[in-house]
Each structure stands twice: as C-alpha cells, then as structure tokens.
Design a protein around this ligand. Structure first.
Ligand SMILES: [Zn+2]
Length: 277
C-alpha cells in the first residue's frame, strides 16, 4: 500500500511531468499553432526564422518522436542520470552500478564533460551515453535553428572526442522542447528522450530512506527513470541508496537496460502503465 505521503509525492512528480510534456507536445503541432500556444516564442512575438534556416546538409526525416516511456509487458526499467560527469558523484553512481552489474544511460553536458574528461575513462563500456546539450540552457531560449544546432553539435563533438562514441539520444535540458529544438534534433538524427518517473533529491532530505519505497513501489514496466549524478545543493539520498533500490527492484522481477535497449523492446498492443492504480 502506498502511504498518503507517497501519493502526494507521486502526484507532485506527475504534475511536474505533465507540465513538461505539455511543453513537449507543442513540438508535434504545426508551427503556426506553436506560435499561438503561449510559450516563450509567442510571448515575445518573435517570428520563427529558425524554421526557414535548417541546414541543407542536415538529413531531416520531417517529423520527430519523443519517448518518455516504452510500452512493454516485460519488467524493464532504464535508469538515466543527467548533468554529469562530475567528480563528486558520478564515480559514486558508477561504483554502485558496477557493484550490481547493471547498465544505465548518462545524459552528458558537453561543457561539463570537457572540464572532467577523465571521469568516464574505462568505466562506461556497459552504459549508454546521450547528449544533454553543451550549455545546459533551455533549448527554447537559445534562439534560432543555427543557435540550437551549434549548441547540440558542440556537445556531440566533445562527447565523440572524449568518449569515442557517436551519440544518438538527446535529452533536452529541463525537458523543454519546442518546434525549433525538435527540428534540429531531427536534422541531426537524434531521438529525443524524456522520462516517465524520477526523483527530486530535495523531497527526501528529512527522511532519506523513504526514497527507497518511493522508487521501488512506483516503478512500472517500461519506465525511463530520471535521476541526476550532478547534485549541488542537496545530499544525494537517491544516489547513496542505488544499491538497495536496484536489489529490491530485482527482487520484484525488474531487469535494468539502457534506454536504447528499452526502446527496442516496444511491444505493439502492450498497455503503458504510467501511474499506480
Ligand atoms: Zn539537466
């Protein structure tokens, strides 16, 4: 049974997520509706020059897809960690994942990676990595197609140089998405990944162990789970309890996979369970 406190926390999380997804949904509609939709472009009454300046060299498909969970009957979960790599907590996360021999997906900030180029050395063979932008600013606020493209390309190239990998997943900072970032992601061949569940470390500072049942009781098949390995202001209660959380989820039959492996498990007709009961 989930306690009233847990339910409040869960609702808070879901409320936050729906706000994010409402922003993300704007990406899928026509540009004219986007401009009337009340987002920053509409408020500042700027035109959308970005939509006319896509690089001819970009091989766009002409549409975009956002994944925040995967329809599957299998008990699969993809843990994701954003904003690193940083010296204080990324190794802690990697140690816990090594200990339990589970893969995860790290969405790297290009500038942060460039400042800490050695942290991932020899440690990410099992894991997937993705682009979390160069500056970690909302892509909606960067400007036109060229500005967003420059930011994402700079991160892409830094990740390639330092890790030797060409990444294909994009998680936009703060989950903010509009028509321009979606079109750039399409032009660069990225798949956009958000999340269906996650933890806010600040919520568990007074009762750190409550983060364990909060996660274990609420995960559902096909979950893409958001966490951060770069935590500045708060004690990283979730990161420090990764081991028991992984073990308890395993005891419930869950298997841990990367985001790409999870997306490959999509089953036609499987019902996506995004909330309990
Ligand atoms: Zn972030």
């Amino acid at each position: 049974m989930e306690s009233p406190v847990d339910r409040r926390k869960a609702l808070k999380t879901i409320g936050g997520l729906s706000a994010v997804l409402a922003g993300g949904a704007a990406a899928g509609v026509a540009a004219d509706r986007y401009l009337r939709s009340g987002d920053s472009a509409a408020r500042t009454e700027k035109p959308a020059p970005a939509l006319a300046t896509a690089k001819p060299s970009d091989r766009a498909r002409g549409h975009g897809m956002i994944t925040w969970a995967v329809e599957t009957r299998k008990k699969l979960i993809a843990l994701t960690f954003d904003d690193g790599p940083v010296p204080n907590y990324t190794p802690l996360v990697l140690d816990a994942l090594d200990e339990e021999k589970v893969p995860a997906t790290f969405f790297l900030v290009g500038r942060t990676l460039t400042r800490n180029p050695k942290i991932l050395d020899g440690r990410i063979d099992r894991h997937e990595i993705g682009n979390h932008s160069w500056l970690h600013k909302s892509l909606n606020d960067l400007g036109d197609y060229e500005a967003v493209r420059t930011d994402l390309t700079q991160a892409h190239e830094a990740i390639a140089k330092i890790t030797g990998r060409e990444v294909r997943l994009l998680r936009p900072p703060f989950g903010h998405l509009g028509a321009v970032p979606m079109r750039v992601a399409d032009g660069l061949g990225y798949r956009v990944v958000l999340w269906s569940q996650g933890v806010v470390e600040a919520s568990f500072q007074k009762d750190p162990d409550s983060v364990i049942p909060y996660v274990v009781d609420n995960v559902t098949p096909g979950t893409i789970f958001l966490a951060h390995d770069a935590v500045n202001t708060y004690e990283p209660v979730f990161l420090r309890r990764l081991g028991p959380i992984i073990r308890q989820l395993r005891a419930k039959g869950y298997e841990f996979v990367t985001v790409s492996d999870l997306m490959a498990e999509r089953e036609e007709g499987a019902t996506l369970i995004t909330t309990k009961g």
